[in-house]
Design a protein around this ligand. Structure first.
Ligand code: NFE
Ligand code: MG
Length: 542
C-alpha cells in the first residue's frame, strides 16, 4: 500500500512527521509522530519554583505567553492563591497579554502557516477544470492575496502581527518570553500613557481586520450568529468585483462545497468542508479548560468537554485528564496517568509499537480535539455551533472558528484596557494593586489550566523542600497530534486525516491542510518524501 510521508509537516518549528497509507486516492490509515525529545519536564526537577515560568516560556517562540500563564497559575495555586487573591489589575494585564498573543498566533496561522495551501497548484487545476474562467479568477484572487512573501493580505497580516508583539512588549518588557508574570500577579505598573499606546496599536490592527479580513466593522461581524446571517453577509458583497471583497468572504463562499455548490449553485469550491472531520467510529471530543479572567472567575471563554459526534456538552473535570505512553517513546507505566503522578522517562524504541515522542493525552480516556473550534463549541458560540451543526468539524469550520475567535478576543481587548484605565484613574496604582506578593511555600501542589492559541494547556507542579519535585506539561499539540493511546484509539489529527482525498501522492495538499488546520506547532514543511522511492517532492508555496 503506498505511503505518503510528510516530514516535517508544518511551516513552524519543525518536528512533526505524518504518515498516511493511501488506497484508491484516499487516506486509509495514519500515524502522527513527534520527532524530537526535549526534556523540559526533567530539566525543571530540583529547580526553584520561580524557574518554572522562565524555563517553560522557552518551550516555544509562538506561544510562550500560554506557557507563562499555565506556569503562573500552577504557582498561584501551589502558593495557596485563588483567583480573587490576584489583584484585578493583574488579572486585566494577564488577559491583555494572553489576548494579544492569541491574536498574533491566529493571524500567523491563517495567513502564513495554513493559507499557503490554498494557492497550491492543485487547487488552480481543480478550480479551472471545474469552472473555467470563473475558477481561474477565484484562484488568481487567492494567489494575489495569500502567496507567501508577496500576497497583499499576507504582507498586511505580518505587519499586524508585529503590532500585537508591541502590545505584549509594553506590558511584559519584551516578546517573545515576556517578564511580567509572577505568582500573585504581575510586576508591571503601566501608566495611562502606556495603555493609550496599546490602544493606538489596537486601532491600527482594527483597520486591517475591518478593511481586509471582514469588510465590515468588528461589531457588525459579531452579530453574525446563524447560517442565514452568513448568507446575508455574503450577499452584501456579491455584486462587487472579486478584487474588492474581503478575505473572509473568499474563504466562506468558495471554501465550502456546502455553501458554494449547494447554497449558491456555484459549479466550484475548494470543498474544505468535505475533509478533516471525524468518522465517529472511535471516541472523540472537544476539550477546553477555559481562559481569561472574568471578574472574580476564570473562564470568559468557558471550559467543557463536548462529544465530537453528538455535540452534547458536559462540565470539565480536571481529574479526568491523563496521559498514555503505550505508543510513545517513554517507559514507566501502563494505561493512563494523571499529570500529578506523570513521568517523563524517555526510551527510544524504533520499529516497535511505539512511534512518537508525543505522549497521548486523553480526557476520560477519550481523544480530544483542542483549539479554537473546541473553545468556540464549549463556549456555545452561536455562529460556530451553527457551522459545526451544518457542516460538521472539518478543515472549513476549524479555520473559520479560529478567525471568528480572533475577532471576538480582539473586540474584548478594549474592555479590559478601559477597565485598567478606570482602575488607574481611581488611584489603584500601589504595587499591591498589581501583585499579591507571597513567599515560596516549602511544600505545595498546584495546577495551571489555560488555553494556548492551539488549545487546552495544563501545567502541574509539585513543590517539596522549596524546590520543584515534579513538573508535567500537557500541551495543546500533544492533544491534537497525539499517537494512539493504550486503548488503541487514534489521536484527533490521526482520526481527522482518515479518508482525506489524496489524488496526487506527490502533492498531498489536502492531507497537509487537514493536519495544519489543527495549527500544530512543529515544522516548516518544505518537502514530502515518497517512502517507496525515497524521492523528495517540493511542497510548493507558490
Ligand atoms: Ni509551540 Fe503552543 C500553542 C502551546 S504548542 S505553539 O498554542 O501550549 O501546542
Ligand atoms: Mg508533557
Amino acid at each position: 500500500m503506498p505511503k505518503v510521508v510528510i516530514d516535517p509537516l508544518t511551516r513552524i518549528e519543525g518536528h512533526l512527521r505524518f504518515e498516511a497509507d493511501v488506497a484508491g486516492g484516499k487516506v486509509t490509515d495514519t500515524h502522527s509522530s513527534g520527532q524530537l525529545f526535549r526534556g523540559f519536564e526533567r530539566i525543571l526537577q530540583g529547580r526553584h519554583p520561580y524557574d518554572a515560568h522562565m524555563f517553560t516560556q522557552r518551550f516555544c517562540g509562538v506561544c510562550p505567553v500560554a506557557h507563562a500563564t499555565a506556569s503562573i497559575r500552577a504557582l498561584d495555586t501551589a502558593y495557596g492563591l485563588s483567583t480573587v487573591d490576584i489583584p484585578e489589575n493583574a488579572r486585566l494585564i494577564r488577559n491583555l497579554i494572553v489576548a494579544a498573543n492569541t491574536i498574533m498566533s491566529h493571524a500567523t496561522h491563517f495567513y502564513a502557516l495554513w493559507a499557503p495551501d490554498l494557492v497550491n497548484p492543485l487547487y488552480k487545476t481543480v478550480l479551472e477544470e471545474k469552472a473555467g474562467e470563473t475558477g481561474a479568477a477565484i484562484y488568481k484572487e487567492l494567489a494575489a492575496r495569500l502567496t507567501p512573501l508577496a500576497g497583499t493580505s499576507w504582507i498586511r497580516a505580518v505587519q499586524t502581527r508585529k503590532i500585537l508583539h508591541k502590545v505584549i512588549a509594553i506590558l511584559g518588557g519584551k516578546m517573545p518570553r515576556h517578564m511580567t508574570f509572577v505568582p500573585g500577579g504581575v510586576t508591571v505598573t503601566p501608566t495611562i500613557g502606556d495603555i493609550a499606546k496599546i490602544y493606538s496599536f489596537w486601532l491600527q490592527g482594527k483597520d486591517f481586520v475591518e478593511q481586509q479580513v471582514l469588510g465590515i466593522s468588528v461589531e457588525d461581524w459579531l452579530k453574525t450568529e446563524t447560517i442565514g446571517d452568513v448568507a446575508n453577509y455574503l450577499a452584501m458583497f456579491d455584486d462587487k468585483p472579486l478584487s474588492e471583497v474581503p478575505d473572509i468572504y473568499l474563504l466562506i463562499k468558495f471554501g465550502a462545497k456546502g455553501i458554494a455548490e449547494n447554497m449558491y449553485d456555484l459549479p466550484v469550491s475548494l470543498a474544505l468542508d468535505t475533509y478533516g472531520g471525524y468518522r465517529g467510529d472511535e471516541p472523540i471530543g472537544f476539550l477546553s479548560y477555559g481562559v481569561y479572567y472574568e471578574g472574580d472567575d476564570w473562564g470568559w471563554l468557558k471550559s467543557g468537554f463536548t462529544d465530537g459526534v453528538t455535540l452534547a456538552k458536559e462540565a470539565f473535570d480536571p481529574n479526568k485528564v491523563t496521559e498514555h505512553i503505550q505508543h510513545s517513546w517513554f517507559e514507566g507505566y501502563s494505561g493512563g496517568r494523571h499529570p500529578y503522578e506523570g513521568m517523563t522517562n524517555p526510551k527510544y524504541a524504533p520499529g516497535t509499537e511505539k512511534y512518537s515522542w508525543l505522549k497521548a493525552p486523553r480526557y476520560d480516556n477519550k481523544p480530544a480535539e483542542v483549539g479554537p473550534l473546541a473553545r468556540m463549541i464549549n463556549d456555545q458560540d452561536p455562529l460556530v455551533m451553527a457551522l459545526a451543526t451544518a457542516f460538521g468539524a472539518n478543515v472549513y469550520t476549524r479555520t473559520l472558528a479560529r478567525l471568528h475567535e480572533t475577532v471576538r478576543v480582539f473586540a474584548k481587548m478594549t474592555e479590559w484596557a478601559f477597565a485598567l484605565i478606570d482602575n488607574i484613574n481611581a488611584g489603584y496604582t500601589k504595587p499591591s494593586d498589581f501583585c499579591n506578593t507571597t513567599p515560596v511555600p516549602k511544600t505545595g501542589d498546584g495546577y495551571g489550566l489555560t488555553e494556548a492559541p492551539r488549545g487546552a494547556l495544563g501545567h502541574w507542579i509539585k513543590i517539596r523542600d522549596g524546590k520543584i519535585a515534579n513538573y508535567q506539561a500537557v500541551v495543546s499539540t500533544t492533544w491534537n497530534c497525539s499517537p494512539r493511546c493504550a486503548n488503541g484509539y487514534r489521536g484527533p489529527a490521526e482520526q481527522a486525516a482518515l479518508d482525506t482525498p489524496t489524488p496526487v501522492a506527490s502533492n498531498p495538499v489536502q492531507l497537509g491542510s487537514v493536519v495544519r488546520s489543527f495549527d500544530p506547532c512543529t515544522a516548516c514543511a518544505v518537502h514530502t518524501i515518497d517512502k517507496k522511492t525515497n524521492k523528495k517532492y517540493e511542497l510548493r508555496l507558490l
